[in-house]
Design a protein around this ligand. Structure first.
Ligand code: ADP
Length: 269
């Protein structure tokens, strides 16, 4: 090895490019208590997506512990490029979402940001959405005084309407944290995804997250629709999937996300 260079862009760990004799590596370091579980889940998630998707996914190589106590993960370094093939992105996302299984959930829990994401298997979407996505965060937000007991009641009323708001779909394999900081294109213009929180879930979670912070060319959605059309009125449901990511942001970064969260469920008050 002949040195390392910090890489910016992440919001959870410290990232570096490690220069090797023959090739370079990407490493992340984190000293928090959750680091070991978090990187283990990331390793398994990358490995799973590499085997089950047509996206380019960095090969995870090693989990390790430094003498300082910091935990690390090493993976293949992929050089990003500004040859942007958003049509290929949309097609690969459709291919990913067409992978299905009998249950909502996944073989193991993982992390969304630094927060635990429960992937216990369930045979219906309502239970997956309420018990394993929204409600744990509502309770975390209440326990940390980010929302009131009235707000909790509002969420409980909202839960009774979820079945009418979101039509039933088969579980789809999703990236799970598909914002514009978790993809780029390689030197051939092929889409690369990383830092996933995968599960067999509702594909509109990915579609909603892609729109929350922007960064995806409209061609992406056209190509997606051509291969794997969304159900009617998907635009009217986007907010119920963004709700999960907004709750995550509120629990991680504080009350500035409160208004956006509450606006989505206010009509159930
Ligand atoms: P964090 O978990 O802290 O959010 P990320 O996994 O998002 O960190 O990585 C931080 C940045 O490093 C990304 O925004 C991306 O630009 C770059 N990156 C991630 N994985 C790789 C990789 N395998 N090869 C090269 N660069 C990468």
């Amino acid at each position: 090895m002949s040195g390392a260079k910090p890489i910016m862009g992440g919001d959870i760990s410290r990232a570096f490019k490690l220069f090797g004799q023959k090739k370079d590596y990407f490493i992340k370091l984190n000293s928090e208590d959750i680091a070991s579980d978090m990187f283990h889940a990331e390793y398994l998630g990358l490995d799973y997506l590499a085997k089950h998707s047509s996206f380019v996914v960095p090969t995870p190589l090693l989990e390790f512990k430094l003498s300082s106590g910091a935990i690390g993960i090493t993976m293949e370094f992929i050089v990003s490029c500004n040859k942007l093939d958003f049509e290929a992105f949309g097609k690969s996302l459709a291919d990913l979402h067409l992978k299905s299984c009998e249950f909502f959930g996944f073989g193991f829990d993982n992390f969304i940001g630094k927060l635990n994401q429960s992937n216990s298997l369930c045979d219906n979407f309502l239970k997956h959405y309420v018990e394993h996505r929204i409600d744990p965060l509502v309770h975390m937000a209440f326990d940390t005084s980010l929302i009131s007991s009235n707000d909790v009641s509002t969420f409980e009323k909202f839960y009774t309407s979820v079945n009418e708001l979101i039509p039933a779909e088969s579980p789809a394999l999703i990236h799970g944290d598909l914002w514009n900081g978790n993809f780029f294109f390689n030197h051939e213009g092929m889409p690369v995804i990383f830092d996933p929180a995968p599960a067999y879930s509702h594909r509109e979670f990915d579609i909603a997250m892609m729109q929350l912070f922007g960064g995806f060319h409209p061609t992406t959605f056209d190509a997606y629709h051509a291969h794997c059309p969304l159900e009617n009125d998907w635009q009217s449901r986007t907010k119920y999937f963004q709700l999960y990511y907004l709750l995550v942001h509120m629990c991680l970064f504080g009350k500035s996300y409160y208004n956006q969260v509450i606006q989505i469920v206010n009509k159930f008050r």
